[in-house]
Design a protein around this ligand. Structure first.
Ligand SMILES: O=C(O)C(=O)C[C@]1(C(=O)O)C=C[C@@H](O)C=C1
Length: 222
């Protein structure tokens, strides 16, 4: 048990994880809880493990490209594994976001003006069709979250980010292209974790996640 009143998620504000948190706990959480953005999925696991956060919300799998590897690995290696007490699905619609100066450069010099595309590694496999016909000469740089990618694009007039439309409300970036994901029905499943209390019985959700981890181990071993 922890006395923490914090609910942590992968930040900064504007990530899909933030949407998952507000979808699950409400726009403003009840009971004096507060939302806190953390830098990495690993930080979320540490926060729930050491009691800094009462709950954390982490991405688990995506309908287009499967497991979120960081979360799978941490679920396997964190001892004792946090309890999985809830889940929520977020519709993931990706946007190409860029600083106003970058949009001007693209207008003048075409898409080759863009040298870098920033995003979370999970995103590349969700936008393969778009990325084969756009920005094919740009380097893809994987960063800790999509909203963090938007903060980098905000400061770099040779770069764009792939992120959620929510990131455009938080940072000074504008939309270059909307809904660039391959599959219009693109969903990410998020899990809500709480610190494991010694002796507590594993929930049904815990057991179903166990089965998915085993299934994925078999797929990768094959
Ligand atoms: O970077 C974010 O916005 C996240 O919340 C992470 C994350 C993920 O790890 O899968 C969540 C949903 C999308 O599939 C892309 C990225």
């Amino acid at each position: 048990m922890t006395n923490s009143k914090l609910i942590a998620y992968l930040g900064p504000p504007g990530t899909y994880s933030q949407r998952a948190v507000t979808q699950y706990f409400g726009k403003t959480p009840s009971g004096h809880y507060e939302y806190v953005p953390l830098n990495t999925i690993a930080d979320c696991f540490t926060a729930v493990q050491d009691g800094t956060a009462a709950y954390v919300v982490v991405p688990f799998s995506n309908s287009s490209n499967g497991p979120v590897k960081f979360t799978y690995d941490l679920l396997r290696t964190t001892e004792p594994r946090p309890s999985i007490i809830g889940e929520t699905q977020v519709k993931v619609e990706h946007y190409i976001l860029a600083a106003p100066a970058t949009l001007q450069r693209i207008e003048q010099g075409g898409e080759d003006a863009v040298r870098t595309v920033y995003s979370h590694p999970q995103v590349w496999g969700q936008c393969t069709q778009y990325l084969t016909s756009h920005f094919s000469n740009a380097a893809r740089i994987s960063v800790d979250s999509t909203a963090y990618a938007a903060t980098l694009a905000e400061k770099d007039e040779n770069a764009v980010a792939i992120a959620s439309i929510a990131a455009a409300d938080v940072f000074h970036v504008e939309v270059y292209a909307a809904e660039v994901q391959d599959n219009q029905d693109n969903y990410t499943r998020f899990l809500v974790l709480e610190r494991y209390v010694n002796g507590a019985e594993r929930t049904e959700l815990d057991q179903s996640v166990d089965m998915e981890l085993v299934r994925w181990d078999r797929v990768t071993a094959a």
